[in-house]
Design a protein around this ligand. Structure first.
Ligand code: NAP
Length: 268
């Protein structure tokens, strides 16, 4: 049995594992022999992606159709996995809203908080406790570059991703003592349906960051799991995060704002 499977088996639970970064992570984890629980809303995509994984890697896949903006669906995920040994948790699915925050409905922003913070926290607490009791396991939390710098017009999403990163950094230390690896992945713009969807009203070509492929981001993430506390894919994106941390806050806010005014075509 491989070290990866010994440490993180027998099941990896991946939310949003039917598309983009999550789908690529699912393929890599399956290639290492772990069974997988795929969570997303659309059952047809869950069926299609699970059949591909079973055929190619000969593993077991359980699918759970759940809308993680709903508390009852989060409960359903916990219930339906009660008999499985989840050794690797990747609560990757997230929704983002962008634009002038006061134009975004409160309902949409609260749904993002429920899915991107509450569901991630509940799963991390629930499965993380079982991993700590077992003395082994791994958690890969998916933040974003945006979580490490001021990002006007992505205010709630940027704050959500800052929460996820900080949760992961602290747990990296706490859970290390219990044999559980915690790594934070902070991608920059990545060519997935989320980025394509975000194109609405935005000119992505005006972003100074490199746009990356989801398979590259997924490879770095799984390679760094247990070795690094934080992974920012790509040199340019890593430097941008570092720069924003060393410059005075007012300058970081203004340069982030000016960049986003161009990207969002605000005319300012
Ligand atoms: N793409 C980027 O530029 C970028 C940059 C930085 C960080 N990230 C982060 O990377 C992660 C993955 O993003 P991605 O771009 O790879 O996403 P994506 O390709 O758009 O895939 C989203 C996945 O989440 C599922 N999903 C969406 N809404 C859901 C809901 N309400 N309940 C349950 N599942 C839901 C989707 O399936 P269904 O639609 O069937 O539910 C799909 O499997 C996210 O945490 C995102 O914040 C992405």
């Amino acid at each position: 049995m491989s070290d990866f499977k010994k440490k993180y088996g027998s099941y990896a639970l991946i939310t949003g594992g039917t598309s983009g970064i999550g789908e690529e992570i699912a393929k890599i984890v399956a290639s290492k022999g772990l069974n997988i629980v795929l969570v997303a809303r659309r059952q047809n995509l869950l069926d299609e992606k699970s059949a591909e994984l079973i055929k190619k890697y000969g593993i077991e896949v359980k699918t759970i159709s759940a809308d993680l903006t709903l508390k009852e669906d989060l409960e359903k995920v916990l219930k339906e996995t009660a008999s499985l040994e989840i050794g690797l948790l990747i609560p990757n699915a997230a929704i983002e809203n962008h634009g002038f925050m006061m134009d975004i409905s409160l309902e949409k922003e609260l749904a993002a908080i429920q899915m991107d913070i509450t569901s991630v926290f509940v799963m991390t607490h629930h499965y993380g406790k079982k991993m700590a009791d077992r003395g082994r396991g791994g958690i890969l939390l998916v933040s974003s570059m945006i979580g490490h710098m001021p990002n006007p017009y992505f205010a709630n999403y940027a704050a959500i991703k800052a929460y996820i990163a900080n949760l992961g950094f602290s747990l990296n230390y706490e859970l290390n003592k219990k044999g559980v690896d915690v790594t934070v992945l902070s991608p920059g713009p990545t060519d997935t349906p989320m980025l394509q969807g975000a194109g609405d009203g935005m000119d992505i070509s005006k972003m100074p960051m490199a746009i990356q492929k989801p398979d590259y981001v997924a490879q770095l993430a799984i390679h760094g799991l247990g070795k690094k506390a934080h992974i920012i894919p790509g040199f340019k994106n890593t430097m941008m995060v570092k720069m924003s941390k060393i410059m005075p806050l007012s300058k970081a806010i203004n340069s982030g704002g000016q960049m986003m005014d161009k990207v969002m075509n605000t005319g300012k």
